[in-house]
Design a protein around this ligand. Structure first.
Ligand code: ZN
Length: 677
């Protein structure tokens, strides 16, 4: 079951307070294709104790070391394609200013950003802007020793193997295909299932492993590739000595160093348990590890390292590798602590059926953190809020850790300052003023509510399979968390807790949420495509459902004037009730595992796109010249050593260029063979 990742909510909300002092930190960096690169500041790193700095340094090395695992998970040609493109990028001796070479550079930058040849968000394969003829010429222009040739392979053979993957639109068109009615495994390019493994085979395989009455099921299939060998299905586990073993051993090397400087014995035990899991790949050990991790809340420094989120698997079981290191933002954490301290109150007063509520909310710990490094599936595009672990029973019995990443949100907000987005899409000056005033605040609060209360709320009825909603599970789960946040954002309780300044503030979020779900998130979809990503589906579902349900009473409407469609909300109080009503239904679907209802809701409200409206939104957005997706360049950490080689400080710097960082990572964190079978 998936939780977490409230992706880039702020990207589309350019609501900076213009009175703020201009900041000299260069938040914005390169811009190409549909991407904008940002930099984030690691506030307070210099003030940490030396042992904490060392801990962050070792954890950041561990976070960067798993990069190649993700690349291979995203597609079996990715590592080879990266190597070829990088070699051409650095070594090509022909015309480096011609349109073909320039298009290849943009293509490589997009591939770096997506950790593979498919779009990081939309999952569609990139269309190269350079010709196949140029590619074939360029690859023969560089030294063959630098190319990822397999045993006995000629450059021409490599070229013949790779060109259809790059250029043929019918080969591996989607990384994750979610189209209803198709075999989702055979039509997805991700590398979680071996060739020829069908969706039905995989579903049956995992169904047969599950014990129907097991109260503590492991996360079946989470850390392996399922392949067919001599006609028989078998798992190749990702562990030391197994698949990705060479990368995992190097991650473990850094984790050991981290364990030696842990802040306390409990954190040390967490790291040692993770190392044990990496050694054996035993999923029971993984559960033990997550329980230790979730209970360790005393230290300032924290991390994620490993197979975590399942958005990249069309069946939602296989977890992509990610890693990051962070430390607590103590000041901002007071905000989330107010919410988590009241978790039971929120649970008790939510509009869902009592049967689906938790009678006791187990240790929801919530904090605002400062990210120190982003790695794997959190780099360069990152979540701004994360709630882990993902195991349902671990969450129910031991609680979860919820974080809001303050310094990433800050970078988004700074970069969105004055970009013209709101002026274009918000017609009403009063609403615009409301968003200018409360937008950022409510956005942060909605993220907090989503992560630290929404995902943690509710319970499954006994005996309900946590994977019952299958391909619709992620969308339903995100909708549940969003609705929980939307419903409570308008509650007097938040004013009482001092989290919102008054009873008006929530309207800013209601407006931008509806605008995003109905209109502006469409800028992320290519013409002719439908909505696939779980968070986008959930936002469309919520916005379209409430628009339809409230249409009789004119709660909200779409208005078209002078060729421009905008949202008008006439009755915010009614809109809140509709959010509550939908929350009750979504929770019922989740608690009962009602697959048919999940499918009906998602397919009807969350998937399709009105082509005329889509065209209009894209046209208006294009004129603003903004990038719909953003990602981050990492800072660089360098140990300072004394004459005996002891680390006396860790220095942080921010100036590394995007391409230099990517090339350095490819060189320093190359941990896998080009072909992983
Ligand atoms: Zn979420």
């Amino acid at each position: 079951m998936k939780y977490t990742r409230f992706t880039e909510k702020n990207v589309l909300n350019g609501t900076e307070d213009i009175r703020e002092k201009p900041d000299s930190f260069p938040y914005q960096d390169e811009r190409f294709a549909d991407l904008q690169l940002l930099r984030y500041q690691v506030h307070g790193f210099e003030q940490l104790r030396l042992s904490q700095k060392k801990l962050i340094y070792f954890l950041s090395q561990a976070a960067l070391t798993g990069r190649d695992i993700l690349w291979d998970q995203n597609g079996r040609y990715n590592l080879r394609i990266r190597k070829i493109l990088e070699t051409i990028y650095t070594d090509y001796q022909g015309n480096r200013t011609g349109p073909n070479f320039e298009a290849l550079v943009v293509y490589l930058k997009r591939v770096w950003f997506s950790n593979g040849i498919h779009h990081h968000y939309g999952c569609e394969k990139f269309v190269p802007g350079f010709t196949e003829t140029f590619f074939r010429h360029a690859i023969t222009n560089v030294s063959p020793e630098k190319l990822p040739l397999s045993e006995g392979q000629t450059v021409e053979q490599l070229c013949n193997e790779i060109t259809p993957v790059l250029f043929d639109p019918n080969v591996m068109p989607k990384r994750v295909n979610q189209a209803s009615g198709e075999d989702l495994l055979l039509t997805s390019a991700c590398n979680y299932y071996g060739e020829g493994v069908t969706q039905t085979e995989a579903e049956n395989f995992y169904r047969s492993l599950k014990q129907p009455d097991d109260p503590h099921p492991v996360m079946y299939g989470m850390n392996s590739r399922l392949i067919k060998e001599n006609g028989k299905l078998t798992e190749k586990t990702w562990c030391s000595g197994g698949l990705y073993g060479s990368a995992i051993d190097r991650i473990v090397y850094w984790l050991r160093k981290a364990a030696a400087v842990a802040e306390n014995p409990r954190q040390q035990a967490v790291l040692e348990k993770l190392i044990e899991f990496y050694h054996t790949g035993d999923l029971h050990t993984f559960d033990e590890y997550t329980i230790l991790w979730v209970k360790e809340t005393e230290s300032d420094v924290d991390f994620t390292n490993g197979f975590t989120e399942t958005y990249g698997d069309p069946l939602g079981m296989k977890a992509s590798w990610e890693g990051y290191a962070n430390f607590k933002d103590k000041e901002a954490t007071r905000r989330t602590e107010k919410l988590s301290a009241q978790a039971q109150w929120f649970e008790d007063h939510s509009p869902v059926d009592n049967r689906f509520k938790k009678s006791s909310c187990q240790g929801v710990s919530a904090k605002v953190i400062t990210a120190a490094i982003l790695g794997g599936d959190l780099y360069p595009a990152s979540a701004i809020g994360i709630n882990l672990p993902n195991s349902n029973w671990v969450r129910a019995e031991h609680g979860s850790k919820s974080v809001t990443i303050g310094n990433l949100t800050e970078a988004y907000n700074k970069a969105a300052h004055g970009n013209g987005f709101l002026e274009e899409f918000v017609a009403d000056a009063t609403v615009k003023a409301l968003i200018d005033r409360y937008g950022d605040l409510c956005d942060d609060l909605h993220t907090d509510l989503h992560e630290c209360l929404g995902h943690g709320s509710g319970q499954l009825l006994p005996g309900v399979d946590p994977d019952a909603l299958k391909a619709y599970g992620a969308t339903i789960e995100e909708a549940r968390a969003d609705l929980f946040g939307l419903y409570y954002l308008a509650d007097e309780k938040l004013v009482e807790l001092g989290l919102t300044p008054d009873g008006e503030a929530y309207k800013a979020q209601y407006y931008t949420y509806m605008m995003n779900g109905l209109l502006t998130q469409l800028v992320r979809i290519e013409p002719g495509n439908y909505i696939e990503e779980a968070h986008m589906r959930n936002r469309a579902l919520i916005a379209h459902w409430t628009l339809e349900q409230g249409s009789g009473n004119g709660v909200a409407e779409l208005i078209k004037e002078d060729g421009k469609t905008t949202v008008r909300i006439n009755d915010y109080a009614q809109l809140r009730l509709l959010f509550g009503q939908l929350l009750a239904e979504i929770q019922r679907i989740k608690s009962e595992g009602d697959y048919a209802a999940a499918r009906q809701l998602v397919e009807r409200y969350g998937v399709t796109v009105d082509p005329d409206l889509h065209r209009e939104i894209l046209d208006r957005y294009r004129k603003l010249n903004l990038a719909p997706y953003k990602g981050f360049i990492n800072p660089v950490y360098e140990p300072v050593t004394d004459a005996e080689g002891r680390i006396t400080d860790i220095r942080i710097s921010y100036g590394e260029a995007y391409d230099a960082q990517m090339l350095r990572y490819s060189r320093d964190y190359a941990t896998l063979p080009y072909i992983n079978e």
